[in-house]
Design a protein around this ligand. Structure first.
Ligand code: NAP
Length: 261
């Protein structure tokens, strides 16, 4: 029997088969879950195409996290299909080009607010939209699990700039959501991943050097093409193996976060 047998999981952020969320969706299916994906904007058709690489007919909802009407419509659409949501995967990030690249002064509030809304506030917006369905998971026995994707925000990285600030907000927000959803048996955790070559990662200028340094600094080594290691941790947190873990950040980074200079 799979670790996620019978679980109903919404996975956001699947753009291509290189997306971290794609690896999560595939492994979730392998472990017995039924998955629904969401996609946004111009990437929606790409998400639909990528969904065909999964097993069976996988539904794709339209959710641009900056559009409240999308969230409302998606929740009611999913509510017609499922009576509850056992897992929600947040794998969404975006920052305008001015927010990245190694100069924190380049971006102005106009650009920064986009990065913070899409990459961090969206966790609250998503959870809020699906909260009744997540809370309904209690009746299934184990409660529900929200898992977000993070990049360690405890230090300043060479080129990550405002995306790093957005990740710091995401980390803090996940703890507040864990506080307010515990009584509904909804757990909220993050997986802080090392760099993996995805569309989002490729759009960050200078990210290649960042990737090379990672492998050199990681006691376990690091493969920037291996999204499966990140997906495994997400599956663990979505499963019933961590029933008393919430507000946590699990590092899947080859050990880099624990190393000094
Ligand atoms: P990805 O494949 O490019 O996925 C990013 C996703 O965010 C895309 O599906 C994108 O959809 C979506 N997105 C952007 N703006 C959105 C919006 N307004 N509404 C809804 N969705 C939106 O890249 P990824 O690397 O797998 O990223 C997934 C998550 O992992 C992100 O949170 C990222 O920060 C995190 N992460 C990545 C790495 C890495 O090295 N790759 C490391 C640590 C953490 P559209 O393009 O269609 O808008």
């Amino acid at each position: 029997m799979g670790l996620l047998e019978g679980k109903q999981i919404l996975v956001t952020g699947v753009l291509t088969d290189a997306s971290l969320a794609f690896a999560v969706a595939r492994l979730a299916q392998d472990q017995g879950a039924e998955v629904v994906l969401s996609g946004a904007g111009r990437g929606l058709s790409l998400t639909r195409r990528t969904a065909r690489k999964l097993t069976g007919e996988v539904e794709v909802l339209e959710i641009d996290v900056t559009r409240p009407e999308h969230l409302v419509a998606a929740a009611s659409e999913l509510g017609r299909r499922w009576d509850r949501l056992d897992g929600l995967v947040h794998a969404i990030a975006f920052a305008p080009p001015e927010c990245l690249g190694g100069d924190i002064f380049r971006a102005q509030w106009e650009q920064v607010q986009v990065a913070l809304q899409v990459s961090a506030y969206s966790l609250k917006a998503l959870v809020e939209a699906f909260r009744p369905m997540l809370a309904a998971g209690v009746s299934a026995g184990s409660g529900a699990s929200v898992v977000g994707l993070d990049l360690d925000a405890t230090v300043a990285w060479p080129v990550y700039d405002w995306m790093g600030v957005a990740k710091a907000m995401l980390e803090s927000l996940s703890r507040y959501l864990a506080r307010d959803l515990g009584s509904e048996r909804v757990r909220v955790n993050l997986v802080a991943a090392g760099p993996v070559k995805t569309v989002a990662a490729r759009s960050i200028p200078g990210f290649a050097a960042f990737e090379e340094n990672w492998a050199a600094r990681a006691p376990l080594g690091w493969d920037v093409h291996d999204s499966a290691v990140v997906a495994k941790a997400c599956i663990g947190l979505l499963s019933d193996l961590f029933p008393m873990t919430t507000g946590e950040i699990v590092h899947v980074d080859g050990g880099v976060h624990a190393m000094g200079g």
